[in-house]
Design a protein around this ligand. Structure first.
Ligand code: DHB
Ligand code: FE
Length: 289
């Protein structure tokens, strides 16, 4: 049977991708950011997931404002990196897992989550930057990836509660898949940031740190945050944090914190990062195997 053994949460700031792609990682501004992922890269190299489900948001790249699905599950065999205006990032094509993705779609739709099935989609920095942070710059990504795009770009985005519940349905779906697959789920985006308007540049470290603490110790607190509170406390783009709740909902209550990192700033936002292993589905020696 397939199992979700861990969750990884990380910001997806596009400038991080540019720093990697343009060879700027040794600059002091960036060593501060990338230093927070050294342990994470070692950890994931030991965990060796077969599949990563990456909960991310498209930034009007694959989906224009013509069609905005609230939840869109990538069921294709491949996802090309998108051209975001400066050309596609020079990263490998993302290989999907169509069988597991179709199984998840079937299971969660039967569980009343009417997600959109996507058989063709390009993926932007929302997905490729978290992969780069965790896997570095390999010729091929070391595992198959199932993208799950969440609308946080055009009002109204889904509630945190809905996102958390979707994560629970995804866990149930994965656990009913017959093959032995080791699955890691990523929650990406955030943390507090506002790109435009009078409050551009807003970062709220207290809010961000409390959110990370809630994910690690008491997700019900973060799950009850309303849209208006994200907007007020974390800025207009802080709503990206609801995506983190999908990944948290996909883990059990029995988690062990492996790593936490927070730094300000990277571009216009804070960088937050958390790794939790799920003790209900993974032995404590997971990373030491
Ligand atoms: C920035 C952050 C984002 O999440 C994004 O999608 C675009 C820009 C930024 O900090 O510049
Ligand atoms: Fe973003």
């Amino acid at each position: 049977m397939a199992k979700i053994v861990a969750g990884v949460w990380t910001s997806h700031v596009p400038a991080i991708g540019a720093a990697l792609d343009l060879g700027k990682t040794q600059e002091p501004y960036w060593t501060r950011v990338f230093g927070g992922y050294e342990k994470s890269k070692e950890w994931i190299a030991k965990v060796k997931p077969d599949v990563c489900i990456v909960v991310f948001n498209d930034h009007a790249t694959a989906f224009s404002v013509d069609i905005v699905p609230t939840f869109a599950l990538g069921c294709a065999a491949e996802f090309e990196p998108a051209d975001e205006g400066w050309g596609p990032r020079p990263v490998p094509v993302v290989k999907g897992h169509p069988e597991l993705a179709a199984h998840i779609a079937q299971s969660i739709i039967q569980d009343d989550f009417d997600i959109t099935v996507v058989n063709k989609m390009e993926v932007d920095h929302g997905l490729t930057v978290p992969l780069s942070l965790m896997f570095g710059q390999p010729k091929e990504w070391p595992c198959q990836i199932i993208p799950l795009a969440v609308n946080v770009v055009l009002f109204p985005p889904p509630s945190g509660k809905r996102c958390f519940n979707l994560g629970q349905a995804i866990r149930k779906a994965v656990e009913s898949y017959p093959d032995d697959l080791r699955v890691v789920i990523f929650g990406t985006g955030g943390m507090s940031h506002q790109i435009s308007g009078p409050r551009a540049g807003l970062i709220n470290s207290d809010f961000d740190r409390a959110f990370l603490e809630s994910l690690a110790t008491d997700p019900s607190k973060a799950t009850s945050i309303r849209h208006i509170e994200y907007m007020r406390e974390a800025g207009a783009e802080g709503i990206e944090m609801v995506m983190w709740l999908v990944a948290r909902g996909a883990l059990s209550d029995n988690v062990e914190e492996i790593h936490r990192f927070y730094t300000v700033p990277a571009s216009n936002t804070a960088v937050g990062h958390l790794i939790l292993e799920d003790r209900a589905s993974a032995p404590s020696a997971l990373a030491a195997e």
